[in-house]
Design a protein. Structure first.
Length: 438
């Protein structure tokens, strides 16, 4: 079909559901996050049409809306097969691109990817998205002996092999990056830091909460030790502003805590897409404590569904305690917060209700963080008065919470720290040279 000039930044939303009413709120937000202006929408409740996803009549309605609005794209909040995408392209005005939900998410991820790790994960997800399509082209073209069968393009078996080879190379590089990041986490722990991870769905307010917990927005840290520290943590009402991780030192009096904001969860992601970004969640899986942040202003059923999905993701590999944080209490009456806490008690026992935006009850969250982190062990060391001992005392001050130091004929240090830090201090004592007797 021919048509007038298409605006590549304008899009029409389309969604089909098997039953009930199609909710387009999230896909609209995703489209806006990708840089589109939503010009209209078409929804339908019916079983899936194998050829077009929507029914033929509804596709005609969609084509008319595209022609009327000049939209350059139709974004489906459904997963489209390669044949459906091709068929829809033939029914819509010329120049109109057909994008399904997962292609849109990949585009957003691609726009947000800043680090080498994020870029590799995006490419891995794109290749996993393309692989079954390449396999289908090869299979069908072989069977029908018609390259370009059904408009899928010239088939080339080497393309399928190239995709598989590239996937293998990317996985190898990501494994090396993950190894380096695990080493960095262990270095932080050895420096006396507790690691806290923020998890949850996009727009739950994780970045805002990180800013509230941070000791200083202008972080002045050793970049070799903390290369993922940013000078700012974005807090915008937009999906996917955080694709990579941002780590900050928390403003806590009694413990050295690093808080990491991770990529937000999003509903209805296929396994291949989750798998491509699993290394981003290592900051969650390897943390000492996970804060699962949810937007308490959402309907309770939506919160429940998100908690269930989050638990499925987190409990698969996570061993740290999980504390649910009900964020944005400034947006709803206190009575409503209490009703939702009661309704969600089975999924979120003993949650903490706060407002990252307004700073409400952040002190209660900080107290809960300290209570949930692995307990400190208390130690008292008696050391000889030597220059080497003074260096060790300095190290203990840097890595532990010192209660008292008594300088006399001997140095007595009373301190508290994580058990592994206490063990390192004891080992350092064993390395001290024995003072010469008088």
């Amino acid at each position: 079909m021919t048509g007038t000039h298409r605006d590549p930044e304008r899009a029409v939303i389309a969604k089909r559901v098997d039953s009930g009413t199609a909710d387009t709120g999230e896909i609209r937000e995703l489209a806006r996050a990708a840089g589109y202006t939503v010009a209209g929408e078409v929804t339908q409740t019916r079983t899936e049409d194998a050829a077009l996803c929507l029914g033929e009549g509804k596709v005609g309605e969609l084509a008319a809306l595209v022609a009327e609005t000049g939209a350059g794209s139709v974004i489906f909040d459904n997963r489209l097969g390669p044949y459906q995408t091709f068929n829809l392209g033939n029914e819509l005005p010329e120049g109109c691109e057909v994008i399904d939900r997962f292609r849109l998410i990949l585009d957003i991820f691609g726009q947000r990817a800043r680090t080498r790790k994020a870029q590799l994960q995006v490419e891995l997800a794109e290749l996993r998205y393309e692989l079954p399509r390449a396999e289908a082209k090869t299979s069908l073209a072989k069977r029908d002996e018609r390259p370009g069968f059904m408009g899928l393009g010239e088939y080339d078996e080497s393309r399928e092999r190239d995709i598989k080879s590239r996937i293998s190379r990317i996985k190898d590089e990501l494994e090396q990056i993950e190894h380096d990041e695990e080493h960095r986490r262990e270095t932080r722990r050895e420096s006396g830091f507790d690691l806290v991870a923020l998890a949850g769905y996009t727009n739950a307010g994780k970045s805002t909460l990180l800013r509230r917990l941070a000791a200083d927005l202008d972080v002045d840290e050793n970049e070799d030790l903390h290369p993922d520290l940013d000078t700012t943590a974005e807090s915008q009402d937009k999906l996917f502003t955080t694709l990579g991780t941002t780590t900050r030192r928390a403003a806590m009096d009694r413990r050295d805590v690093l808080v990491t904001d991770t990529v937000g969860f999003i509903s209805d992601l296929p396994h291949w897409l989750v798998e491509s970004f699993k290394s981003t969640l290592d900051a969650v899986y390897r943390a000492d404590l996970v804060l699962l942040v949810v937007d308490v202003s959402e309907p309770v059923e939506d919160i429940r569904d998100k908690l269930v999905t989050s638990h499925d993701t987190l409990y698969e590999r996570n061993e740290a305690p999980i504390v649910t944080v009900l964020n944005k209490v400034d947006k709803v009456p206190r009575e409503e917060v209490e009703r939702k806490m009661e309704a969600l008690a089975a999924l979120a026992p003993d949650p903490v209700a706060v407002s990252g935006q307004e700073g409400i009850d952040i002190d209660l969250l900080e107290a809960r963080i300290e209570r949930e982190l692995p307990p400190y062990e208390r130690e008292r060391l008696v050391l000889p008065m030597t220059d080497e001992t003074m260096s060790l005392v300095s190290w203990i001050h840097d890595h532990t919470r010192v209660n008292d130091v008594d300088y006399g004929d001997q140095v007595v240090v009373d301190f508290e720290a994580r058990p592994e830090i206490v063990e390192r201090a004891r080992a350092k004592v064993g390395e001290l040279p024995v003072p010469e007797s008088a």
